[in-house]
Design a protein around this ligand. Structure first.
Ligand code: GTP
Ligand code: MG
Length: 330
């Protein structure tokens, strides 16, 4: 990965990004991902400089358990969209850093068409860290991609932990991919993914799987009936498709655009994005304020003991806070 220049010329980088220079875009993302304080300041200046050129893309979050077919779907959908003249950026939020070394390559082979497509830009998840940190980098990366003219942003996440919420919070449309064969598979319901979803799409509806996929769709439709929809202006559709054959891929996109039209007309899209931006600011500030807790060696060493003392009732919680604050203030 290219390393960022020691003292970046923000104005020039912004110009080159607006002109669609992929090499500069990649390098700017590396700058955004850097933990150095001077890089962080330059990254903030760059985002500010580019702000007016951002926000025009359709932002879609995609989730699903490993093996559901996220990469295959993104390859099929993305290739269809570049053929229609769109520019696609594929980003990821994966705080577990599952995607190191070999699996980035494996992913590129699953997205073979997009990986070779000049109108597609694929960037793996920022390296592991706190979910808040990783998500923040992906959000900033999304803005840079928009400024570079990518008008569809696909943000992938694996179906683990809180990362779905983070991705739903940075996108306009949240797509939950499911496997055929319902019953126990309604596990998405328990984890709250179904409640976040703007659409549920059952993949692998091909060959022998078609009937099972349809049965799963019926179960999810029934399940959705008892949930309060995320938006008053949108009833999440449940569809079946096949990323492998391409059957139903165009339909997925039709639903995304339909959702966009409805939420734009009602003003909900603009309101949602405004709320997301403010939430983003607070979560980054929280990250920043918590950083000393993670980096102060003495404190890190003392925290387990302090926690245990609080748990056992030996140390009052407020006394513990005073202790920690004193250690931070040193
Ligand atoms: N039959 C069938 N197989 C599919 C379909 N989509 C994906 N697969 C297969 O399912 C497997 C997993 O697909 P991926 O696209 O790598 O799944 P993923 O969700 O990206 O998986 P992770 O990256 O590990 O989280 C591969 O062997 C695909 O060929 C489909 O529509 N039909
Ligand atoms: Mg994948």
């Amino acid at each position: 990965m290219a390393s960022p220049p020691p003292s970046p010329d923000v104005g020039r980088i912004a110009r080159d990004i607006r002109a669609g220079d992929r090499t500069v875009l990649s390098r700017a993302i590396t700058l955004i991902e850097s933990k150095r304080a001077d890089h962080r300041r330059a990254a903030a200046a760059l985002t500010q400089e580019l702000l007016q050129s951002t926000g025009k893309a359709v932002r879609v979050g995609i989730t699903g358990v490993p093996g559901v077919g996220k990469s295959t779907t993104i390859d099929a959908l993305g290739s269809m969209l570049t053929r229609e003249g769109h520019k696609i950026a594929v980003l990821a939020v994966d705080p577990s850093s599952r995607r190191t070394g070999g699996s980035i390559l494996a992913d590129k082979t699953r997205m073979a068409r997009l990986a070779a497509d000049m109108n597609a830009f694929i960037r793996p998840s920022p390296a592991s860290g706190t979910l808040g940190g990783v998500a923040a980098k992906t959000r900033e990366t999304m803005l840079l991609c928009e400024a570079a003219g990518y008008d569809v942003i696909l943000v992938e996440t694996v179906g683990v932990g809180q990362s779905e919420i983070a991705v739903a919070d940075m996108t306009d449309f949240f797509l939950a991919l499911m496997l055929p064969g319902a019953g126990d598979e309604l596990q998405g319901l328990k984890k709250g993914i179904v409640e976040l979803a703007d659409m549920i799409a059952i993949n692998k509806a091909d060959g022998d799987n078609i009937a099972r996929a349809k049965a799963a769709a019926a179960e999810y439709r029934a399940a959705l009936h008892i949930l309060t929809p995320r938006s008053p202006n949108w009833v999440p559709p449940v569809v079946t498709y096949s990323a492998l054959t391409g059957d139903g891929i165009a339909d997925l996109w039709r639903h995304v655009l339909n959702h966009r039209d409805k939420l734009t007309a009602s003003g909900e899209l603009a309101a949602r994005r405004g709320e997301q931006r403010v939430k983003w600011m607070w979560s980054m500030l929280e990250e920043r304020l918590f950083a000393p807790l993670r980096s102060d060696r003495a404190l890190k060493a003392a925290l387990p003991r302090i926690e245990a003392d609080v748990a056992d009732g030996r140390l009052a919680p407020n006394a513990a806070v005073e202790l920690i604050a004193d250690m931070l203030g040193r």
